[in-house]
Every structure is written in structure tokens, then in C-alpha cells.
Write a protein that binds this ligand. Sequence first.
Ligand code: ZN
Length: 93
Amino acid sequence: MIIDFNLCTDENGAVVCRHCETTIGDSRSSPMNKALRHARPSVDAGPGIHADPALFVDRGIMLRQVSCPGCFTLLRTEIVPAEEPSYREWSLR
Ligand SMILES: [Zn+2]
């Protein structure tokens, strides 16, 4: 089953990269448990986000990205409050 441009499921239900066939997640309930995760200050997101978030909010803001461990294709980017415990999750039903 094709999930999106970068991901699909294989015959065993694992989530795999469509570019390099590396397993990203063991199952539909853990679709990204093997992905690479990076967290950095939000100002690293690029020229569109260059202001210090402390000028606008009291909470620390982080750039979090998820990539394929095989070919490093970027799978997800989020800019979120730093104290949020983990990446937002999605599941396949
Ligand atoms: Zn890949």
C-alpha cells in the first residue's frame, strides 16, 4: 500500500522507504520507530524562520525532523514547543 510519495507498506505490514526500501517502521502501529530523528533550534529551519522565538513566546521552540536511515530522505518536519514529549504520531488503519 502506498502511504505517500516516500513511504509504503510491504507484504508483512512494515513501513518501508519507496526510494531505498529501508524499513522505517516495524508495523502499522509503529510506522516510524526506526526512522532517524533530529532536533535543533527552530532558527535552523531556514531563511523563512530566522527570528528568535523567545521574542514572541515564552516556550522554547524546536525544529524536529524525521529521515530515512537508508537514504536520508526527509520524511517529516515539524516546528513545535520543545517540551512536547515526542513527535506527533500517525497510524495506519
Ligand atoms: Zn530511503
